[in-house]
Write a protein that binds this ligand. Structure first.
Ligand SMILES: [Zn+2]
Length: 321
């Protein structure tokens, strides 16, 4: 079994990477369901995907990315337009799974896929609703610690069993505590200086989750890299979006009722929904979760080598080693 695996991996190196990409597209399709249903507190298993008109979407019209392209973004039953966000999330997950498989050993890559799935869900829920549900932040943090204990390879820890498991678990818990603690104090200081909340409790817990998977170095990078990503990439995007009238759409009615986006059914965005105008405003609330997630991804998908070396340098100069 393992020999076959190694044989395929050596002679057809693209095979498993491609498989990882396909698995990513399928996972992305499931993440789309999670992103819509979890904030609405609906089951992510049952019922299956339905169109806005209420008709179920047959499995052959539920193929990631391809369906959207083949049907040109319209539902086959009633012609309602599908948001382009669905294939984008599927493609994004596919590319990230492909990437993580290419740069990490198999076990770390599989754990990375769990990490990536949580990051994507939390990011898009935060963009839609300005919240990161606890099951992603706290739940993800607990999962990160459990997986770290089970697979020390996640933190590049080698050595005899038990010892390495404990070491890895401690690395993960420290990562969560240092990450969350750092963001907490920056948030407190930020509130004192700017006299308005800069980051939410959700961001504190979310960095804890990133720390549980990436260790304290990853959490620290998520915080400062996230701020950098925010100012360099996302803010100009939001500004351009505002100038050209591309706004995040939240149906005003349903938001007032339940606080979540109930006007949009799985798979289909209805065009005639009343929209709140100023969802994204410069200087107003901008979700910080997506920036933390992007920085966390940058760290996990290759940048950890430079960050860890840099932080080790700083530590060495502090402690004179
Ligand atoms: Zn329909």
């Amino acid at each position: 079994m393992l020999e076959t695996f190694e044989f395929i991996n050596e002679d057809f190196p693209w095979f498993f990477s491609l498989l990882a990409g396909v698995f990513g597209a399928l996972t992305g399709s499931f993440l789309n369901v999670c992103i819509y249903r979890i904030p609405a507190e609906r089951s992510i298993i049952f019922p299956g995907s339905t169109c806005a008109c209420g008709r179920p979407i047959p499995f052959y019209h539920n193929i990631p990315i391809l369906t959207w392209l083949l049907l040109r973004g319209k539902a086959s039953c009633c012609g309602a337009p599908f948001s382009i966000r669905y294939p984008v999330i599927e493609l994004l997950t596919a590319v990230l799974f492909f990437w993580v498989w290419t740069i990490h050993p198999p076990v770390v890559a599989l754990l990375g896929m769990v990490f990536i799935a949580f990051l994507i869900c939390a990011t898009f829920i935060d963009l839609d609703h300005m919240i990161i549900p606890d099951r992603f932040s706290i739940g993800g943090m607990v999962l990160g610690v459990v997986l770290s204990v089970a697979f020390p390879a996640l933190h590049q820890i080698e050595g005899p069993a038990v010892v390495s498991n404990i070491q890895s678990g401690v690395t993960s818990i420290l990562g969560a505590l240092i990450g969350a603690g750092l963001v907490y104090w920056i948030a407190v200081l930020g509130e004192v200086v700017f006299r308005k909340p800069a980051m939410g409790e959700g961001d504190v817990k979310f960095v804890g989750f990133i720390g549980a998977f990436c260790g304290w170095q990853g959490a620290v990078f998520a915080m400062f890299g996230g701020a950098l990503v925010g100012s360099v990439v996302l803010l100009p995007c939001l500004l351009i979006g505002r100038l050209f009238g591309i706004k995040a759409r939240i149906p005003a009615e349903s938001q007032a009722e339940t606080g979540v986006e109930t006007g949009v059914e799985m798979g289909v965005e209805s065009a005639a929904e009343p929209c709140q105008e100023d969802v994204v405003q410069f200087g107003a609330q901008v979700p910080f979760g997506p920036m933390l997630a992007v920085a966390g991804l940058i760290y996990f998908l290759g940048f950890h080598i430079y960050v860890d070396a840099y932080l080790a340098d700083i530590a060495a100069s502090f402690f004179g080693q």
